[in-house]
Ligand binder design. Structure first.
Ligand code: PAJ
Length: 282
Protein backbone atom coordinates (compact mmCIF):
# COMPACT_ATOMS: atom_id res chain seq x y z
CA UNK A 1 0.00 0.00 0.00
CA UNK A 2 1.25 3.41 -0.94
CA UNK A 3 0.48 6.52 1.11
CA UNK A 4 -0.04 9.56 -1.10
CA UNK A 5 -0.49 12.93 0.51
CA UNK A 6 -0.51 15.42 -2.35
CA UNK A 7 -3.45 16.08 -4.73
CA UNK A 8 -1.25 16.42 -7.82
CA UNK A 9 0.56 13.17 -7.06
CA UNK A 10 -2.77 11.39 -6.45
CA UNK A 11 -4.01 12.56 -9.81
CA UNK A 12 -0.83 11.38 -11.56
CA UNK A 13 -1.16 7.92 -10.02
CA UNK A 14 -4.83 7.74 -11.08
CA UNK A 15 -4.09 8.96 -14.62
CA UNK A 16 -1.36 6.33 -15.03
CA UNK A 17 -3.78 3.58 -13.94
CA UNK A 18 -6.40 4.87 -16.35
CA UNK A 19 -3.88 4.83 -19.20
CA UNK A 20 -3.35 1.15 -18.42
CA UNK A 21 -7.15 0.65 -18.59
CA UNK A 22 -7.41 -0.21 -14.90
CA UNK A 23 -10.65 0.60 -13.09
CA UNK A 24 -10.51 2.61 -9.87
CA UNK A 25 -12.76 2.13 -6.83
CA UNK A 26 -12.81 4.88 -4.23
CA UNK A 27 -13.94 5.09 -0.60
CA UNK A 28 -13.81 8.61 0.90
CA UNK A 29 -13.52 8.71 4.71
CA UNK A 30 -12.55 10.86 7.66
CA UNK A 31 -10.68 7.97 9.26
CA UNK A 32 -10.85 6.28 12.67
CA UNK A 33 -11.92 3.16 10.84
CA UNK A 34 -14.56 0.73 12.08
CA UNK A 35 -16.29 -2.22 10.40
CA UNK A 36 -18.59 0.19 8.51
CA UNK A 37 -15.62 1.77 6.72
CA UNK A 38 -13.97 -1.62 6.20
CA UNK A 39 -17.13 -3.09 4.63
CA UNK A 40 -17.09 -0.29 2.03
CA UNK A 41 -13.40 -0.94 1.34
CA UNK A 42 -13.95 -4.70 0.91
CA UNK A 43 -16.77 -3.99 -1.53
CA UNK A 44 -14.61 -1.51 -3.47
CA UNK A 45 -11.73 -4.00 -3.48
CA UNK A 46 -13.92 -6.58 -5.23
CA UNK A 47 -15.30 -4.16 -7.82
CA UNK A 48 -12.21 -2.47 -9.26
CA UNK A 49 -8.64 -3.21 -10.29
CA UNK A 50 -7.40 -0.47 -7.95
CA UNK A 51 -8.74 0.74 -4.62
CA UNK A 52 -8.12 4.22 -3.20
CA UNK A 53 -9.25 5.22 0.29
CA UNK A 54 -9.01 8.86 1.32
CA UNK A 55 -8.55 9.91 4.92
CA UNK A 56 -9.25 13.61 5.34
CA UNK A 57 -11.10 15.29 8.22
CA UNK A 58 -12.71 17.94 6.08
CA UNK A 59 -12.94 21.28 7.91
CA UNK A 60 -15.54 22.80 5.55
CA UNK A 61 -18.24 20.33 6.60
CA UNK A 62 -17.98 21.17 10.32
CA UNK A 63 -19.93 24.12 11.70
CA UNK A 64 -18.76 26.50 14.42
CA UNK A 65 -18.88 24.73 17.80
CA UNK A 66 -18.90 21.26 16.19
CA UNK A 67 -16.30 18.57 16.87
CA UNK A 68 -13.63 19.32 14.20
CA UNK A 69 -10.88 19.76 16.81
CA UNK A 70 -11.72 16.68 18.82
CA UNK A 71 -12.73 14.40 15.94
CA UNK A 72 -11.09 11.02 16.78
CA UNK A 73 -7.88 10.23 14.88
CA UNK A 74 -5.56 7.22 14.73
CA UNK A 75 -3.69 7.37 11.42
CA UNK A 76 -1.33 4.47 12.20
CA UNK A 77 -4.10 2.03 13.11
CA UNK A 78 -6.09 3.22 10.06
CA UNK A 79 -3.11 2.58 7.77
CA UNK A 80 -2.66 -0.93 9.20
CA UNK A 81 -6.36 -1.76 8.69
CA UNK A 82 -6.37 -0.35 5.15
CA UNK A 83 -3.29 -2.42 4.30
CA UNK A 84 -5.05 -5.58 5.57
CA UNK A 85 -8.05 -4.93 3.31
CA UNK A 86 -5.75 -4.57 0.29
CA UNK A 87 -6.02 -0.84 -0.33
CA UNK A 88 -3.64 0.28 -3.11
CA UNK A 89 -3.40 3.94 -2.11
CA UNK A 90 -4.29 5.57 1.19
CA UNK A 91 -4.72 9.19 0.20
CA UNK A 92 -4.13 11.63 3.07
CA UNK A 93 -4.11 15.25 1.87
CA UNK A 94 -3.81 18.12 4.34
CA UNK A 95 -6.28 20.98 4.79
CA UNK A 96 -3.68 23.40 3.40
CA UNK A 97 -3.41 21.35 0.19
CA UNK A 98 -7.16 20.97 -0.19
CA UNK A 99 -8.01 24.59 0.61
CA UNK A 100 -4.95 26.73 -0.18
CA UNK A 101 -5.04 30.46 0.38
CA UNK A 102 -7.48 32.12 -1.98
CA UNK A 103 -9.74 29.06 -2.19
CA UNK A 104 -13.32 30.15 -2.96
CA UNK A 105 -15.27 27.53 -4.91
CA UNK A 106 -18.13 25.59 -3.30
CA UNK A 107 -20.88 23.27 -4.55
CA UNK A 108 -24.41 23.49 -3.22
CA UNK A 109 -26.92 20.74 -3.91
CA UNK A 110 -29.98 22.81 -3.16
CA UNK A 111 -33.05 20.83 -2.17
CA UNK A 112 -31.75 17.47 -1.00
CA UNK A 113 -29.41 19.33 1.39
CA UNK A 114 -32.15 21.37 2.98
CA UNK A 115 -34.10 19.24 5.50
CA UNK A 116 -33.05 16.65 8.08
CA UNK A 117 -29.36 17.12 9.01
CA UNK A 118 -29.12 20.12 6.67
CA UNK A 119 -31.57 22.02 8.89
CA UNK A 120 -29.52 21.44 12.05
CA UNK A 121 -26.10 21.72 10.41
CA UNK A 122 -26.24 24.64 7.96
CA UNK A 123 -23.41 24.49 5.42
CA UNK A 124 -22.60 20.87 6.25
CA UNK A 125 -23.64 19.37 2.91
CA UNK A 126 -22.05 22.24 1.00
CA UNK A 127 -18.77 21.20 2.64
CA UNK A 128 -19.42 17.51 1.92
CA UNK A 129 -20.37 18.05 -1.74
CA UNK A 130 -17.38 20.34 -2.29
CA UNK A 131 -14.81 18.00 -0.80
CA UNK A 132 -16.26 14.93 -2.54
CA UNK A 133 -16.17 16.72 -5.89
CA UNK A 134 -12.54 17.72 -5.28
CA UNK A 135 -11.64 14.18 -4.19
CA UNK A 136 -13.29 12.75 -7.33
CA UNK A 137 -11.20 15.11 -9.47
CA UNK A 138 -8.05 13.96 -7.68
CA UNK A 139 -8.73 10.20 -7.49
CA UNK A 140 -10.59 9.94 -10.85
CA UNK A 141 -12.64 6.91 -9.72
CA UNK A 142 -14.92 4.79 -11.89
CA UNK A 143 -16.84 3.72 -8.78
CA UNK A 144 -17.32 5.53 -5.46
CA UNK A 145 -18.68 3.68 -2.42
CA UNK A 146 -20.66 5.35 0.37
CA UNK A 147 -22.55 4.02 3.42
CA UNK A 148 -26.30 4.26 3.84
CA UNK A 149 -25.56 5.26 7.44
CA UNK A 150 -25.27 8.85 6.16
CA UNK A 151 -28.34 8.51 4.02
CA UNK A 152 -28.81 12.18 3.20
CA UNK A 153 -25.12 12.48 2.30
CA UNK A 154 -25.53 9.60 -0.15
CA UNK A 155 -28.58 11.29 -1.71
CA UNK A 156 -26.69 14.61 -1.98
CA UNK A 157 -23.72 12.95 -3.71
CA UNK A 158 -25.96 11.00 -6.11
CA UNK A 159 -27.81 14.20 -7.00
CA UNK A 160 -24.56 16.13 -7.55
CA UNK A 161 -23.06 13.40 -9.74
CA UNK A 162 -26.22 13.27 -11.83
CA UNK A 163 -26.70 17.06 -12.05
CA UNK A 164 -23.05 17.75 -12.99
CA UNK A 165 -22.72 14.79 -15.43
CA UNK A 166 -19.82 13.37 -13.46
CA UNK A 167 -18.47 10.13 -15.00
CA UNK A 168 -18.55 8.09 -11.78
CA UNK A 169 -20.91 5.43 -10.48
CA UNK A 170 -22.04 6.01 -6.89
CA UNK A 171 -22.99 2.97 -4.83
CA UNK A 172 -24.64 2.96 -1.38
CA UNK A 173 -23.94 0.05 0.96
CA UNK A 174 -25.86 -1.20 4.04
CA UNK A 175 -25.34 0.11 7.57
CA UNK A 176 -22.99 -2.01 9.69
CA UNK A 177 -24.15 -2.27 13.31
CA UNK A 178 -22.70 -3.29 16.67
CA UNK A 179 -23.95 -6.63 18.05
CA UNK A 180 -26.77 -4.87 19.95
CA UNK A 181 -27.89 -2.84 16.91
CA UNK A 182 -26.20 0.54 17.42
CA UNK A 183 -25.04 1.85 14.03
CA UNK A 184 -21.23 1.98 13.96
CA UNK A 185 -19.82 5.50 13.94
CA UNK A 186 -16.46 7.09 14.71
CA UNK A 187 -18.43 9.37 17.04
CA UNK A 188 -19.64 6.46 19.23
CA UNK A 189 -16.29 6.77 21.01
CA UNK A 190 -17.58 10.02 22.59
CA UNK A 191 -20.29 8.08 24.51
CA UNK A 192 -19.76 7.18 28.18
CA UNK A 193 -21.18 3.81 29.33
CA UNK A 194 -24.56 5.28 30.36
CA UNK A 195 -24.89 7.17 27.08
CA UNK A 196 -23.81 4.09 25.13
CA UNK A 197 -26.75 2.17 26.65
CA UNK A 198 -29.14 5.07 26.02
CA UNK A 199 -27.99 5.33 22.39
CA UNK A 200 -29.78 2.08 21.65
CA UNK A 201 -33.07 4.02 21.77
CA UNK A 202 -32.61 5.03 18.12
CA UNK A 203 -32.23 1.45 16.93
CA UNK A 204 -35.14 0.30 19.10
CA UNK A 205 -37.42 2.96 17.64
CA UNK A 206 -36.37 2.17 14.06
CA UNK A 207 -36.80 -1.57 14.57
CA UNK A 208 -40.27 -1.07 16.03
CA UNK A 209 -41.20 1.00 12.95
CA UNK A 210 -39.78 -1.57 10.54
CA UNK A 211 -41.85 -4.30 12.22
CA UNK A 212 -44.96 -2.12 12.22
CA UNK A 213 -44.54 -1.50 8.47
CA UNK A 214 -43.91 -5.18 7.82
CA UNK A 215 -47.23 -5.91 9.59
CA UNK A 216 -49.03 -3.57 7.21
CA UNK A 217 -48.93 -0.14 8.92
CA UNK A 218 -48.34 2.42 6.14
CA UNK A 219 -49.44 5.71 7.76
CA UNK A 220 -46.70 8.13 8.80
CA UNK A 221 -48.96 9.62 11.47
CA UNK A 222 -49.24 6.19 13.10
CA UNK A 223 -45.53 5.36 12.84
CA UNK A 224 -43.61 8.60 13.42
CA UNK A 225 -45.20 9.77 16.74
CA UNK A 226 -44.42 6.38 18.32
CA UNK A 227 -40.82 6.61 17.06
CA UNK A 228 -40.49 10.13 18.51
CA UNK A 229 -41.89 8.93 21.83
CA UNK A 230 -39.49 5.99 22.03
CA UNK A 231 -36.43 8.13 21.27
CA UNK A 232 -37.48 10.90 23.66
CA UNK A 233 -38.05 8.46 26.50
CA UNK A 234 -34.46 7.14 26.33
CA UNK A 235 -32.31 8.66 29.11
CA UNK A 236 -29.79 11.47 28.29
CA UNK A 237 -31.43 11.81 24.86
CA UNK A 238 -32.69 14.90 23.01
CA UNK A 239 -34.45 14.32 19.69
CA UNK A 240 -33.39 16.34 16.64
CA UNK A 241 -35.71 14.79 14.05
CA UNK A 242 -37.59 11.63 13.09
CA UNK A 243 -38.97 11.79 9.56
CA UNK A 244 -40.38 9.31 7.09
CA UNK A 245 -39.05 10.26 3.65
CA UNK A 246 -39.04 9.31 0.00
CA UNK A 247 -35.80 7.31 -0.55
CA UNK A 248 -34.61 9.50 -3.47
CA UNK A 249 -35.90 13.03 -2.94
CA UNK A 250 -35.88 12.88 0.88
CA UNK A 251 -39.18 14.75 0.88
CA UNK A 252 -41.37 13.62 3.77
CA UNK A 253 -44.20 11.24 2.91
CA UNK A 254 -47.58 10.68 4.59
CA UNK A 255 -47.96 7.11 3.41
CA UNK A 256 -45.45 4.34 2.79
CA UNK A 257 -46.02 3.39 -0.85
CA UNK A 258 -44.17 0.09 -0.94
CA UNK A 259 -41.08 1.44 0.79
CA UNK A 260 -39.76 4.58 2.52
CA UNK A 261 -36.77 5.58 4.66
CA UNK A 262 -37.23 6.46 8.28
CA UNK A 263 -34.42 8.85 9.24
CA UNK A 264 -33.66 9.88 12.82
CA UNK A 265 -31.14 12.09 14.63
CA UNK A 266 -30.70 12.75 18.34
CA UNK A 267 -28.16 14.03 20.82
CA UNK A 268 -27.21 11.47 23.44
CA UNK A 269 -25.39 13.54 26.02
CA UNK A 270 -23.41 15.97 23.83
CA UNK A 271 -23.00 13.51 20.97
CA UNK A 272 -25.18 13.83 17.91
CA UNK A 273 -26.10 10.43 16.44
CA UNK A 274 -27.93 9.62 13.21
CA UNK A 275 -29.49 6.41 11.97
CA UNK A 276 -32.08 5.28 9.44
CA UNK A 277 -33.94 2.23 8.24
CA UNK A 278 -35.79 1.03 5.18
CA UNK A 279 -39.48 0.45 5.88
CA UNK A 280 -41.32 -1.94 3.58
CA UNK A 281 -45.06 -2.46 3.60
CA UNK A 282 -46.07 -5.75 1.96
P1 PAJ B 1 -16.99 9.16 7.51
O1 PAJ B 1 -17.94 9.56 8.57
O2 PAJ B 1 -15.60 8.75 7.90
O3 PAJ B 1 -17.65 8.00 6.69
C1 PAJ B 1 -17.02 7.47 5.55
C2 PAJ B 1 -17.99 6.51 4.86
O4 PAJ B 1 -18.30 5.44 5.74
C3 PAJ B 1 -19.33 7.20 4.52
O5 PAJ B 1 -19.76 6.80 3.23
C4 PAJ B 1 -20.25 6.68 5.61
O6 PAJ B 1 -21.62 6.63 5.23
C5 PAJ B 1 -19.70 5.28 5.80
N1 PAJ B 1 -20.11 4.72 7.10
C6 PAJ B 1 -19.97 5.29 8.32
N2 PAJ B 1 -20.51 4.50 9.28
C7 PAJ B 1 -21.02 3.41 8.64
C8 PAJ B 1 -21.71 2.22 9.06
N3 PAJ B 1 -22.00 2.01 10.33
N4 PAJ B 1 -22.07 1.33 8.11
C9 PAJ B 1 -21.79 1.54 6.79
N5 PAJ B 1 -21.14 2.63 6.34
C10 PAJ B 1 -20.75 3.56 7.24
O7 PAJ B 1 -18.92 10.44 5.65
C11 PAJ B 1 -17.81 10.96 5.76
O8 PAJ B 1 -16.79 10.38 6.46
C12 PAJ B 1 -17.48 12.30 5.13
O9 PAJ B 1 -18.62 13.12 5.13
C13 PAJ B 1 -16.90 12.19 3.70
C14 PAJ B 1 -17.88 11.52 2.72
C15 PAJ B 1 -15.57 11.41 3.72
C16 PAJ B 1 -16.60 13.61 3.16
O10 PAJ B 1 -15.74 14.29 4.00
Amino acid sequence: MEIVDHPREMQEVALAWRQQHQTISFVPTMGYFHEGHLSLMRYGRKQGDRLVVSLFVNPTQFGPGEDLDRYPRDPERDAALAREVGVDVLYTPTAAQMYPEGYQTYVTVEEVSRGLCGATRPGHFRGVATVVLKLFNQVLPHLAVFGEKDYQQLAVIKRMVSDLDMPVEVVGRPIVREADGLAMSSRNTYLNPKERRAALGLFKALTWAKDAAASGENQADKIVPEVIQTIKSAPHTRLDYAVLVDPDTLQSVDTVQGSARLAVAAWVGDTRLIDNMLLEVP
